[in-house]
Design a protein around this ligand. Structure first.
Ligand code: GMT
Length: 373
C-alpha cells in the first residue's frame, strides 16, 4: 500500500503523530510519501520506504498572498498520479483536507482521503464563521475521518453539525524514544539538588495553555516541597510567564529552557507534569510524560480525562483551580510510595491504552476497509 501523509511539519503534537505514524508504517513495509512544506522535524531516520515531497510556493509578484493551499493541492495531485498513492492521510481539516479533496478531483489515479482531526481546527477555527463551512466540507468530503479523542468527536458534531462517522483513534508515542532513562547528570547540570523534586510543563506557550496557572500552582507547591519548575517550549505567552515569575520572586526556582529536542531526557528527571490548559483535544505531552513514568496533573477538559485516570495515574482539576492542583501535587510529592504507584500506573496505561503498535494497526485496518470498498 502506498500512503501519502500531509501535516504541519513544524513543532506540534499533530506533526509528531503524523511523522511517527509514517515511520512506523514504513517499518511495517508500507511505502510512505510525506507531502509537506518542509521536512517534518521528527523525520530524522533513513528508511528506503520513506519519501519526502516538498511543496513549492510560488512567489510570483502578482500574488498578494502566496497560494499555499493550492500549491499543496497541486503537489498532492502530482504525487498521487506519479506514485500511484492508494491513501492520502491528512492531519488537520484546515487546510489539508480541502487541498486533498481538490487534489483527488485533479488526479487521474483513484485515491482515498483520510482526515485526522487534532483539535485546534475544530475548537478554535470551527468557531470562526469564515472557516466553519469550509472545515465541515473537508470533513464530509473525506472518505474517512478520525479524531484523537471522544471529546473531539462530540465537539466536532456539536459545532459543525456534520453528518459523518468519525472514528476515535487515540494518539501514541514512540516507546523506543519515550522511556525513562538514567539522566541524573542533567539534573546536576541544571544545578538542581538531588533532593529537589522536578515539576515540568511543556507547551507552545499559547494562551490556551494558561501558563499563569502553572506558575501560580508551583508558587504554592514550592512553599511545602523543595523543588524546581522547568518550563520547556516557547510561544506568545513566554514573556508574560517570565514577568509573572519575576513578580512572584521565583526566578531562582523556575527554569526557562525554551525549545528543546530531547524531551524524554527532561521527562526522565521529572517527578510531576502539569498541564492546566483550557482547551486540549488530547494532550500528547501528558502521554509522553506517562511513558517516561511521570505522574500528571491536568485540567478536566477536552480529551484530558481520556488520558489521565483521576486518582490512579494523576489528578484532574477544574480550569483555573490552582489551589486544588497544588494540594494534589503536594500530596504526591510528599509521599514517595504514592508517587511511585502513580508513575507505575501511568506507564502501564501508556503501554496498554495507547500502545503504538495497536494504534498503528487501527489506522491500517481503516485504510484496508477503505480500499476494500
Ligand atoms: O496544542 C497545540 O497548540 C498544538 C496542536 C497541534 O497541532 O499539534 O495540538 C493539538 O493536537 C495534539 C495532537 O493530537 C493534541 O495532543 C493537542 O491536545 C491538540 N491541541 C489542542 O487541542 C489545543
Amino acid at each position: 500500500m502506498k500512503i501519502g501523509i500531509t501535516c504541519y511539519p513544524t513543532v506540534g503534537g499533530s506533526g509528531i503523530i503524523a511523522t511517527e505514524l509514517g515511520k512506523l508504517l514504513a517499518e511495517k513495509g508500507y511505502e510512505i510519501h510525506f507531502i509537506t512544506s518542509s521536512l517534518p522535524f521528527r523525520l530524522d531516520c533513513i528508511n528506503p520506504e520513506i519519501y519526502y515531497h516538498e511543496v513549492e510556493i510560488s512567489h510570483y509578484p502578482v500574488f498578494q498572498y502566496p497560494p499555499y493551499d493550492l500549491a499543496l493541492a497541486a503537489k498532492m495531485a502530482e504525487v498521487i498520479d506519479r506514485e500511484k498513492l492508494d491513501i492520502l492521510h491528512v492531519h488537520y481539516a484546515m487546510p489539508h483536507a480541502i487541498s486533498a479533496i481538490l487534489a483527488k478531483d485533479i488526479a487521474k489515479h483513484p485515491v482515498k482521503i483520510v482526515t485526522t482531526l487534532h483539535g485546534t481546527d475544530i475548537t478554535v477555527l470551527g468557531i470562526d464563521r469564515t472557516f466553519k463551512r469550509m472545515i465541515a466540507y473537508g470533513i464530509e468530503k473525506s472518505d474517512a475521518v478520525t479524531a484523537v479523542s471522544h471529546d473531539l468527536v462530540n465537539q466536532t458534531i456539536r459545532q459543525l453539525h456534520v453528518d459523518k462517522d468519525i472514528e476515535v483513534i487515540y494518539n501514541f508515542v514512540n516507546e523506543k524514544e519515550y522511556v525513562k532513562k538514567d539522566r541524573a547528570f542533567i539534573k546536576e547540570q541544571y544545578g538542581i539538588q538531588k533532593d529537589e523534586k522536578v515539576i515540568i510543563h511543556i507547551s507552545n506557550f499559547r494562551k490556551v495553555k494558561r501558563i499563569q496557572d502553572i506558575i501560580e500552582t508551583y508558587s504554592m507547591i514550592v512553599k511545602h516541597i523543595k523543588s524546581k519548575l522547568i518550563l520547556v517550549g516557547d510561544g506568545p505567552e513566554s514573556q508574560t510567564a517570565f514577568e509573572i515569575v519575576q513578580k512572584l520572586g521565583l526566578q531562582d526556582d523556575v527554569l526557562f529552557l525554551g525549545r528543546q529536542k530531547n524531551i524524554s531526557d527532561l521527562l526522565s528527571i521529572s517527578d510531576l507534569k502539569l498541564l492546566m490548559s483550557e482547551q486540549e483535544s488530547f494532550g500528547l505531552v501528558l502521554l509522553e510524560a506517562m511513558a517516561c513514568e511521570v505522574a500528571t496533573i491536568g485540567t478536566n477538559i477536552g480529551g484530558i480525562p481520556e488520558v489521565i485516570v483521576h486518582g490512579e495515574t494523576g489528578f484532574l482539576v477544574e480550569i483555573g483551580d490552582t489551589s486544588q492542583a497544588a494540594d494534589y501535587a503536594i500530596q504526591l510529592l510528599s509521599d514517595p510510595d504514592l508517587l511511585r504507584r502513580f508513575s507505575q500506573a501511568a506507564l502501564k496505561r501508556a503501554k496498554t491504552m495507547f500502545y503504538s503498535d495497536e494504534i498503528v494497526d487501527q489506522y491500517i485496518a481503516l485504510y484496508d476497509r477503505l480500499l476494500e470498498n
